[in-house]
Design a protein around this ligand. Sequence first.
Ligand SMILES: NC(=O)c1ccc[n+]([C@@H]2O[C@H](COP(=O)([O-])OP(=O)(O)OC[C@H]3O[C@@H](n4cnc5c(N)ncnc54)[C@H](O)[C@@H]3O)[C@@H](O)[C@H]2O)c1
Length: 355
Amino acid sequence: MNSPTRSATAARLPVHVFGAGAIGRMHIERIVRHPDVVLAGIADPSEAGRDLAAELGVAWSADPMELLATQRAEAVIIATPNRTHTDLGIACIDLKLPVLVEKPIADTVEEGMRLCEAAEAAGVPLMVGHQRRHNPILRRAKELVAAGVLGRPATANVMATWMKPDSYFDMQWRRQPGGGPVLINMIHDIDLLRFLLGEVASVQAQCSNAVRGFAVEDTATALLRFRNGALATLVVSDAAAAPWNWDLAAGEAEHYARQDVDSIFLTGTDASLALPRLQVFKYLGKRGWHEPLSMERTPLHRQDPYVEQLRHLRAVAEGREQPVCSGRDGLRTLQATLAVHQAAADGSIIHLEGG
Ligand SMILES: NC(=O)c1ccc[n+]([C@@H]2O[C@H](COP(=O)([O-])OP(=O)(O)OC[C@H]3O[C@@H](n4cnc5c(N)ncnc54)[C@H](O)[C@@H]3O)[C@@H](O)[C@H]2O)c1
């Protein structure tokens, strides 16, 4: 592990960001205001990336390898297109630099595996940017599930329905297979369910492009069976005038117009839980479908998960914490998400390894 003796009060951890596009900029905006990390440099071949580095007065290179060779950092955030994640990640790992790679960990399971194995062989921490795991709402939900408040988990229903504006599809890759809501959005819901309920055993699915008619899906449903026997249905559509999705309901980042709704519903033999409003429904007395259920709502403590993820990045780089979302977590989430496409394409049930 890198610099395990660095103390919690030492100078801020210098971090490089590879890729200063949509998500790279979100990281950069937070790094420059963060008490735990400092921006060391930006690698991005675009003019916009070079201009941003100049504006912030940090090192810049079009080529991540050149930036690594010329400017010191102690961790790297990789926010480049999916197909580049593995090679860039391994280049950092070879230099013993802890890596936070954006989701999906890679564009195929084989490439994701290659990255995980490189990190494990080198003993270098690898984290995947499923930032919801750093949201205090979801952490509280995990505590409730782990403490057995729900009893034995029975079902989960996850809604991810909203409207992407027409301009979103100006970029050609967003109209092609792989650029749609399964790999961009449903992957976060699958990771969230894995965080709460454990490993996925099998996947069935349907995809539809009926609304927009692009090669990529605009709508999909998946049915997941978990190893503990719980069943989940997931619905995603980026062509629906609807508020029911985690980003809007949880106010995941300030650019989302928050909606006071729930979008995730978990049930168990003792209680049920609606998220993100953290509402627990249970029987106080006699149990049965003719009896009243009480509802208790845990006060919300909102916190930007991307900011918390940066604090965690430093703690992991300094050997004080284990990754909340490890490379292997990112890999299993990718595996289950790719199974959605496969199951939809051939109408089969996909049984996941170890399931
Ligand atoms: N965690 C999340 O919620 C979330 C949200 C959006 C995107 N992402 C992920 O982040 C990654 C980037 O997505 P985006 O929407 O920001 O894409 P984007 O197209 O907006 O930005 C990508 C940037 O990477 C740069 N780039 C391309 N190749 C590079 C290379 N070899 N080295 C350095 N820079 C390079 C491009 O010039 C561009 O500025 C993807 O893996 C995506 O899935 C995650």
